[in-house]
Design a protein around this ligand. Structure first.
Ligand SMILES: *Cc1c(COP(=O)(O)O)cnc(C)c1O
Length: 385
């Protein structure tokens, strides 16, 4: 089976990890700050706080923005469940915004409509979490503008989007948000095996996230509320977690980050190939906006079912049977049984549900060969024509 995504590990990556394995620190050593520096440099943000997953980063990002019991958080229903779960961890109320039918990202027009209604009902969100689906940025300028108008904070879920750009600036610079979160899970654009990072330009948010990832503990005398008992002394100031990234993971991240430019260029080449070679099929190709440069985590097509004699489910199944590891990003979060139990229902977000009935992610990763890409295209032709 050709998978839909796969990591790209070379000898340099392996050597960097081995070096750390043989060093004095497997965790809480020098690699994590070095990785953070590299990410803050890449994204042109002021601070970067590395953690053990993007899910952890989303959680402490919400907490840093004081999301708590009874607060309202909105995100896109076409995302991984982590984008919504983070709000529930904080005791907040989650709600969703429908997607734009062309980019599949959180739709700023729908957002504005929903904000107008919420204002009348006194139910405005404290935080909105736009998700850069497949690696293409949301319309952040517009969302930021609405944030100023309606008074909400913004966390960019850029789990798919490291290396991508918006208005020619790196995603993660937080020009239009409070915090941006990236994931380094192996299917994403670059990997640390498990891992994530939050970038911000706000020193208070950065310090809070640093505390929360490590039990709420500090050794910084400036932050302490009582006199030190001695050189061993530390203080717990908040209820935090063990969300630390290890030095092994960070070393892999440093090495992968050096290759990120090449990864994104290769993904762009493969996406361009697909654009050209799939153009005649009865499918909708991924629409790219002028203001965005995608990192191409995913290549998502939509079936034009009125021009195909099969159902979405049949096409998906037959591609898998033919060895093409297609996938579907994502089952709308509001249709998950857990979210249904919170009161969401079929019909709540019609554009997202329509998308879900036609979308398929076809394989895209750096090491796909020309021959594999040919096979993917010819199987697609066979199955849907
Ligand atoms: C993968 C992903 C996450 C979670 O990332 P982890 O590092 O696995 O915790 C969050 N949001 C989106 C959109 C994702 O794709």
């Amino acid at each position: 089976m050709i998978p839909y995504g796969k990591q790209d590990i070379n000898q340099q990556d392996i050597d960097m990890v081995i070096e750390v394995l043989q060093s004095d620190y497997l965790t809480q050593g020098p690699q994590v700050p070095l990785f953070e520096q590299a990410v803050h440099h890449l994204t042109q943000s002021q601070y970067a706080v590395a953690v053990n997953s993007a899910t952890s980063a989303l959680h402490i990002a919400c907490l840093a923005l004081d999301v708590g019991k009874g607060d309202i958080v909105w995100t896109s229903t076409i995302s991984f469940v982590a984008s919504a779960n983070c709000a529930l961890y904080c005791g907040a109320i989650i709600n969703f915004v429908d997607i734009d039918a062309e980019t599949y990202n959180l739709c700023p027009i729908e957002l504005e409509k929903k904000l107008q209604q919420a204002k009348q009902q006194n139910k405005l969100p404290k935080v909105v979490i736009p998700v850069h689906l497949a690696g293409q940025s949301c319309d952040m300028e517009k969302i930021h503008h609405l944030g100023m108008e309606y008074g909400f904070h913004i966390i960019e879920d850029a789990a798919h989007a490291i290396g991508g750009k918006y208005q020619d600036q790196p995603i993660g610079n937080c020009l239009y948000s409070d915090i941006t979160v990236f994931s380094f899970h192996p299917v994403k654009v670059m990997t640390t095996a498990e891992g994530g990072i939050a970038t911000t330009n706000n020193v208070r948010l950065a310090k809070k996230m640093q505390l929360l990832r490590n039990q709420g503990i500090t050794r910084d005398k400036l932050l302490m509320t009582e006199k030190s008992h001695g050189d061993w002394y530390y203080q717990q100031l908040e209820l935090g977690f063990n969300y630390r990234m290890s030095d092994l993971h960070a070393a892999l991240g440093i090495s992968q980050l050096k290759r990120l430019g090449a990864f994104c260029r290769q993904r762009q080449v493969l996406a361009n190939d697909y654009d050209q070679l799939l153009g005649k099929l009865p499918i909708i190709l991924p629409k790219q906006l002028e203001t965005t440069t995608s990192s191409w985590h995913l290549y998502i097509i939509e079936l034009k079912l009125d021009k195909i004699k099969k159902t979405h489910k049949q096409v998906f199944h037959q591609l898998r049977e033919a060895g093409i590891g297609v996938n579907l990003h994502y089952i709308p979060i509001h249709l998950q049984p857990y979210y249904k139990s919170l009161g969401f229902n079929i019909g709540d977000y019609p554009i997202a549900e329509e998308y879900y009935s036609t979308a398929i992610s076809i394989p895209l990763y750096t090491q796909i060969t020309k021959i594999q890409q040919q096979k993917i295209i010819s199987e697609l032709e066979k199955v849907i024509v």
